[in-house]
Design a protein around this ligand. Sequence first.
Ligand SMILES: *[C@@H]1O[C@H](CO)[C@@H](O)[C@H](O)[C@H]1NC(C)=O
Ligand SMILES: *[C@@H]1O[C@H](CO)[C@@H](O)[C@H](O)[C@H]1NC(C)=O
Ligand SMILES: *[C@@H]1O[C@H](CO)[C@@H](O)[C@H](O)[C@H]1NC(C)=O
Ligand SMILES: *[C@@H]1O[C@H](CO)[C@@H](O)[C@H](O)[C@H]1NC(C)=O
Ligand SMILES: *[C@@H]1O[C@H](CO)[C@@H](O)[C@H](O)[C@H]1NC(C)=O
Ligand SMILES: *[C@@H]1O[C@H](CO)[C@@H](O)[C@H](O)[C@H]1NC(C)=O
Ligand SMILES: *[C@@H]1O[C@H](CO)[C@@H](O)[C@H](O)[C@H]1NC(C)=O
Ligand SMILES: *[C@@H]1O[C@H](CO)[C@@H](O)[C@H](O)[C@H]1NC(C)=O
Length: 912
Amino acid sequence: MAFNLLLRVHVLLGVLAPEVWTHTTAADFITLDCVPALSLARIYLDAKHFLDKHVRFSAVDQYGRVLEINEALAVQCGYTISTDFRGNIEFRASLISCYSQIVDDKNFTITVQIDVSTTPDMREVSSYVRALSCSYFPWSPREILCETNYMEVSVRREIPGIKDYIQDQPDDWTDVLPEAASVAASIWQVVFHLPSAKRAMLVSEAQNAGYGINTTDSRILLRAPFNASEARETNISGVTFSVVRSSTFYKQRWMILLVDTAVACPVDGIEYINNTIIWSIPKSITPLQAGARYFNDSRVVMGVNFQELTSTDISKRQYNLSDDGKVIAVQIPIGDEGGYFKSHVTKGEYGTTYSINVFFEHQWNDNRWGATKHTIIKEMTTPFKHHPLIITNNTIPSKKLFNVTIGTFLQDTKLVNLTIGSEILTVTDANEQGYNISEMKHPNGSTSYTVTVPFDDPNVKKKHDTGVNRTYTLSITYKFQVIPQNQTFTATAIISCPLPDAVLPDAIGYCDNDHLYLTVTRGNIDEDWIPYISNIQLTMPSQSSGYTLQDNGTSFRVKVPRFSSLVSYESLRSSDLMITLPLDMKDSDGLTKRSFSISCSYSSQDLIACLPNGTVVVTAVKLAGMPDMDPSQFVLRDKNCRPTAATEERATFIFNVDTCGTIRKFDQMAMIYENDVLYFRPGMANPAYQLKCSCWYTINETIVFQYGFENNSAPTIQPGFGPLALVMRVCKDWTYSDFYENTEYPIARYLKDPLYLEVELLYSEDPEIELFLENCWSTASSDPSSSPQWDVVINSCENTKDTHETIFHPVTDNLRIKFSNHVKRFEVKMFTFMHDTNALLGQVYFHCSVVICDSRDRTSDKHCARKCIPDKQRFGRSAEFHYLHGHVSSGAILLVADKTVQDERVTKYKAD
Ligand SMILES: *[C@@H]1O[C@H](CO)[C@@H](O)[C@H](O)[C@H]1NC(C)=O
Ligand SMILES: *[C@@H]1O[C@H](CO)[C@@H](O)[C@H](O)[C@H]1NC(C)=O
Ligand SMILES: *[C@@H]1O[C@H](CO)[C@@H](O)[C@H](O)[C@H]1NC(C)=O
Ligand SMILES: *[C@@H]1O[C@H](CO)[C@@H](O)[C@H](O)[C@H]1NC(C)=O
Ligand SMILES: *[C@@H]1O[C@H](CO)[C@@H](O)[C@H](O)[C@H]1NC(C)=O
Ligand SMILES: *[C@@H]1O[C@H](CO)[C@@H](O)[C@H](O)[C@H]1NC(C)=O
Ligand SMILES: *[C@@H]1O[C@H](CO)[C@@H](O)[C@H](O)[C@H]1NC(C)=O
Ligand SMILES: *[C@@H]1O[C@H](CO)[C@@H](O)[C@H](O)[C@H]1NC(C)=O
């Protein structure tokens, strides 16, 4: 009930002129009619105009006073206001309602003022006054109307009306009747018969208690609320009635006239079974038939929407009226045309109710009361019934178009919003965005909605399954609204459709000296895949964990340094190291969808540096497949030698060739230092990991042999190469403390001047190697193999065949000479070569072949004996080399002809 509870009395001035305040458009939406069969007048306000308006009804009495109708006044005075599901408002008034103008109990005029406002506080009201005249005649001696909000009884009277006697004074008749005596002040009284007692009230008291009492020309009437304080619930043949038993009487001089104004109306008796409404009405309503010995039905009719149904109508509509003698049962099929379905939302669920407005009229005669007309009006509404929604998937994969239908709904339910994927849209917005939303009306009046969404819409989720298969998933949450109450509810449709149209991401990679690169070209399924390297999520901008990520939308490139915790190392063959950069693409659930890797083989030579001074820098990396390995626990052959630096992935050692258990070996062309990086598992004697590393020191550009590692299962790194150099200097005097600089060559000398020569092995700081002169000779050109030659040292021995013999000089450590083992000295006299009989004036050069030996080893190898061993061959004696060969030459020494050129030694020696 939507009407105002304001109680205000407007004093209407002037003559009633119904159209004075009217708003011409609204007037068209107010209709009036009489329902004589039910002694009711009706005013109908069409929802088309009044749906979202605030409406107030007031009664206008015969003097033009306007009385606003609130709920209590409606019950007391015989008004009913109801709203149907569409928002139409119906106002009903009993023909004998309070302010009805009644002529001869035949002609009833009801005047109502309707105030309409757009605001709840009823400002800026438009008012419409409507007067409706209805005729009703004849009245039954007793008429009972069970309206939806009140019970009304009117009884023919043969006594004067109330207003004629209101001034009467009490007198001595009051003693006659106890009830009358207790209310002696008034002659008009109502006595309520309660089970335990009687309660008498004056008319004014009864009206204050909510009853309506009045008289018309020929009738007396009583109106009571269903829950009046004197009403009692009584079970009559299984149906609960609200019963008010009352007698209304007055005293007229010497007579007390009494009228029975009992009223009884059912409050229940309606059941909803098997899609049928069953309404049971007892035939014999005992409180209304007190004292009667018999009664007989004179008329039983029913109607819908205040229209009486003929028996043809009843069977056509498949109603059923059954009478078992005690109870009349009316069966109404749910869904009958006279009623209507209404949508509701309960606990978020969509459902419907069915409502129908039915009346039942029963007339009977009994021997005590004569004819009674008993009319019941019922607005029946079935309980909420869940209405399942059906989602139909009409998707056509070949068109790549989702087509989803949801239904069915009553017309009072509208689709207002949709959430497609994660986007919330109104229907208008959704249509504008190309989601085609259509409303389909079915013949039975219900509707359903169809939405079409293309597969490639951004709000469609695409999920990769396997291979080229992927699943498109459309999730739509529909939001519906039930009007006019505006309750909302949602329904969700999730439609998936598989299609084999996936393009997987692909990757290419490459490496350069310092970095590994992987470029991943995205496919069409991986937009939410995230790249990971070893469980580290790659993000933009790149983080400090060492990678560089570049993303141009369609592809991204990761760049990782060769030495990084993100890569793994693996020994490929003996001398190569495989470095692998793995990359996983994981989906949003963390599942690895695709893995890529780039592996590059690096020469392990890059992992060792052999410095000229004999310092070795080795980097040993942890190998894939040995996850428990801890590089900080790596050691060298001498287990006391630990890494200078270590990370989780690698360890770096810096050590000198004469420390840490380094082994020295000789090749014909190189001197080799070897060590191993070892890893021992705790408590184990054998290494779990062995990385061989070696440094090859060669003299000049001499070719180096490859070291044979093939049989060695332990990982190795290719040897590093370091320089060795030999130098032959000419010193200024026998102290060997000062020598000629490179720029001073050629050095000028007179014949027979002593020449102090020194050969030194440069760079090496290994105190355990020793340089020996093997053969030294002199030539006239810088080419050591040119002729003529003159021997100076032969097989490590001084050339003593000559009178001008070669003299070895000892070497001692001093400031300049750090390792005396690395130096040899000898002295010769300046000479010249003869050609034919002519002395060759000009330059001479000295050359030496040298060996570098392990000085600790010289006893076991005579090649390296300090002493001169004449006539011994140095080559080919042993399969294993313990020495290194080298050659060295001096700069040019110029003979100056200041002295006699002839020299016997020189003449004796001739070029060959
Ligand atoms: C009683 O009825 C008279 C005449 O119909 C009417 O004028 C008066 O307002 C009514 N009084 C009440 C209290 O209903
Ligand atoms: C009832 O009264 C109204 C106004 O007094 C009048 O217009 C109408 O004709 C009357 N109708 C009957 C049936 O008397
Ligand atoms: C409902 O209908 C079914 C079949 O039409 C019937 O068997 C059943 O008894 C009915 N139930 C009631 C309570 O009438
Ligand atoms: C959606 O499917 C229904 C049922 O197959 C069809 O009637 C309707 O035309 C389709 N809508 C579109 C837009 O394809
Ligand atoms: C529908 O969506 C619009 C825009 O998102 C929002 O403003 C509105 O409140 C929603 N309506 C309902 C009934 O939820
Ligand atoms: C793709 O899906 C089809 C149909 O569901 C299936 O037969 C096929 O084996 C799938 N292909 C792969 C690579 O999983
Ligand atoms: C329902 O919504 C309409 C328009 O959105 C509004 O005018 C009306 O007052 C609302 N009704 C209720 C009962 O909230
Ligand atoms: C929807 O229909 C398509 C096409 O018939 C079908 O492939 C898909 O499996 C259906 N999806 C669901 C969830 O029923």
